[in-house]
Write a protein that binds this ligand. Structure first.
Ligand code: URA
Length: 434
């Protein structure tokens, strides 16, 4: 078999066999097939797409490209959660402690930023000293002792996805249904949780811009999970504007802390309650969503979710003082308003542009080797549907470089539309696929 022939077959619209998929995954994982050939194949897949059979074969090949985690040492039903990626998506930071405070063990594997979207690991590194480089033994011990552990993808857990994820991030080949489904599900299957709750985003800030595509992605992932014997649920949620107000690593950590303190943004809280309910039901801690939501609201109100976050941060080497003093988080030197050019209703925010503003400021990676600046980003002052007076700030830019701040301000302004009438309200949760 030759990689060249596989690339050409896909370029010409052919269907790859299971053997061909296993060949390129094994060769790439071992370093025998170079990045440039895999980049070409990813681009061919992007344009030509994959069938359901190819997607399943790719998922299984990636899940089997390394070790599978054995979580049998953790008591209870282990529930994992994964987002398809969004802007301002700090969900795991609040949701994991909420669910763990309700008694569900959260054994979660997270990733770094991808394309215009942020990643949980980068965000968590805003806590000084925090590490996600845990051994399997420490990961399991932490879940049993604290109730949560979040680790990065180790070199031997779905290593094919780890390499492909980094490559897709810098070759404009992220937003393809099969590549996203196989990337997420290979990791989730290898990571060994009993139940998986997926947060599938749709809208201008998501990889799946159209709701129909997000639904197809949700159905595909649920099917893969079911085939593999894991209880899998997918919630489809809106990403047509940033989630909450904060976009950028440390800024989002702060917003997650505020949410656990009981004063988080309404959309973000709604998402945490919806996903958390599915996790509690999957984990056998609640019979229905009403019961689950009540339990989740209680752990916010009585402070136990915030305390859980502090325990989790400490257990992974971080300074948990920051949880109670978020002013200690990394802070940018420049805070620049983005004034509204006219009065009216904010009718649209092109959401992936907001992610790109954060990238421009240094909050994400331009190349695989880029270092990120945890302190930078944006804090929205107005969300879609809000009224704004001319000159009032639409958002605040947090930057460490004047030129980048000016560039982000220009781009943010272009991403916003102001209209004479309030836009029609749309549902935030678009559906649940079981
Ligand atoms: N999240 C992942 O883990 N992989 C993708 O491809 C997209 C989002």
């Amino acid at each position: 078999m030759r990689m060249y022939d596989i690339i050409m077959k896909k370029r010409n619209g052919g269907e790859l066999s299971k053997e061909e998929i296993e060949f390129f995954i094994e060769g790439y994982t071992k370093g025998e097939i170079p990045d440039y050939q895999v980049s070409a194949l990813m681009m061919a897949i992007y344009f030509r797409k994959m069938t359901e059979e190819e997607t399943l074969a790719l998922t299984m090949a990636m899940a089997d490209s390394g070790d599978r985690l054995d979580l049998s040492g953790i008591r209870g039903i282990k529930v994992d959660k994964h987002s398809t990626g969004g802007v301002g998506d700090k969900t795991s930071l609040a949701l994991a402690p909420m669910v763990a405070a309700c008694g569900i063990p959260v054994a979660k594997m997270s990733g770094r930023g991808l394309g215009h979207t942020g990643g949980t690991i980068d965000k968590l590194e805003s806590f000084p000293g925090f590490t996600t480089a845990l051994t399997t033994q420490r990961f399991i011990e932490n879940v049993n002792r604290v109730g949560i552990a979040i680790m990065g993808q180790t070199a031997d857990l779905a290593p094919a996805d780890k390499k492909l994820y980094a490559l897709r991030d810098v070759t404009a080949t992220v937003d393809n249904l099969s590549l996203i489904a196989s990337s997420i599900m290979s990791k989730k299957l290898a990571a060994g949780a009993d139940a998986i709750v997926l947060d599938v985003k749709t809208g201008s800030g998501a990889f799946m811009k159209q709701e129909a595509d997000a639904k197809a992605l949700a159905e595909e992932m649920v099917k893969i999970g079911k085939n593999a014997g894991r209880r899998t649920t997918a919630v489809i949620s809106d990403m047509d504007q940033p989630l909450g107000f904060a976009v950028g690593n440390a800024l989002e950590v702060r917003e997650a802390i505020e949410t656990l303190e009981g004063h988080g943004p309404a959309d973000f809280l709604e998402l945490c309650l919806t996903l958390g309910s599915q996790m509690l039901i999957a984990g056998g801690k609640a019979e229905n969503t009403q019961e689950a939501e009540a339990a989740l609201r209680t752990v916010i109100a009585d402070g136990s979710a915030l305390k859980k976050l502090a325990e989790f941060v400490e257990a992974q080497g971080g300074d948990n003082n920051v949880v109670y003093h978020p002013e200690l988080l990394p802070r940018a030197a420049i805070v620049l308003p983005v004034p509204a050019p006219e009065s009216g209703y904010l009718s649209r925010i092109v959401c992936d542009e907001v992610g790109i503003c954060s990238l421009i400021l240094g909050g994400g990676r331009e190349t695989k080797e880029s270092e990120i600046d945890l302190s930078v980003g944006l804090v929205l002052r107005k969300k879609v549907g809000d009224y704004v007076e001319a000159g009032e700030p639409l958002a605040m830019i947090h930057a460490n470089d004047e030129e980048k701040a000016a560039q982000a301000r220009e781009r943010y302004l272009k991403a916003c539309a102001i209209a004479g009438e309030a836009p029609e309200r749309t549902a935030f949760i678009k559906g649940i696929v079981r």
